[in-house]
Design a protein around this ligand. Sequence first.
Ligand code: CAA
Length: 296
Amino acid sequence: MKNISVIGAGTMGNGIAHVFAMNDYPVNLIDVSPSALDKALATIDKNLSRMVSKEKITEEVKTKSLANIQLHTTLPDAVRNADLVIEAATENESLKLTIFKELDESCQESTILATNTSSISITKIAGATSRPDKVIGMHFMNPVPVMKLVEVIRGYGTSDKVTADIMDLSKNINKIPVEVNDYPGFVSNRILMPMINEAIYSLYENVAGVEEIDTVMKLGMAHPMGPLQLADFVGLDVCLSIMYVLQNGFGDTKYRPCPLLINMVNAGYLGVKSGEGFYKYSSGSKELVLSDRFKK
Ligand code: CAA
């Protein structure tokens, strides 16, 4: 596997392109929006420069990595020679089904089609294609250049060979793959999202404030971020939609999303991406500032 195409130039797509390009893979990065592609390339440049300044890579590796990335706004040309396509478009089921149908028609028969979905069924996505044996989940974690894990998710029909190839490829880009089966939330979000939801319930039921809840988990459990800060980082809308996937998939009341989470999403308080969630964010500042809404 050499030629990689990545669909979607958002946070996850640009991180995935960054990691493959840095490990000598030619990458076609595809997005319908030219401005999203320009922004992605600027982000990759900035993150590579950060790695150069920390002496993790050389200036030469940075230059080579950027040269490995080609930008495209249309799909068929950009995937024609791909050995692997990784879809990292918006987390919307009907959009993903449409993309996979188009990929199935545009790619060579041998091309493996992977999705970076955080919760949509791989088996259902595979059903939009005529090659369910070659459809698989490659779930990268944010920030992709830093986080070691790739959760490799086997759909119901994914073949042993395709799974083994994707496990090997993940190792080739210096990640640590873990193989899991396709059930709601896979492993990562089946465990992470109920923890975040429970942290929001603890706030909603006034067990403690935002900073206290996050401090308990940071200092008591050695988490790098507290669950409420992490919810802001992931996006409260993403957390809510994954809770709905768990609730619908398992039909168990333990996955009921906290009403406070629902209210915040309806009001547009989505975390880092909207500028405010449990904390307030302004660009360039690393200081964690509590939202006025949660001040006592
Ligand atoms: N590219 C390259 N390097 C980066 C980077 C990026 N985008 N972002 C951070 N870094 C590097 C920094 O240069 C720094 O390197 P050194 O250790 O060599 O100094 C290191 O990462 C730590 O960064 P910072 O010092 O800026 O900040 P930090 O120590 O607060 O760490 C963090 C930031 C890595 C994000 C850390 O807070 C963390 O691990 N948080 C939890 C992240 C997490 O849980 N991610 C998973 C979310 S869930 C998900 O993605 C899946 C889903 O389906 C919802």
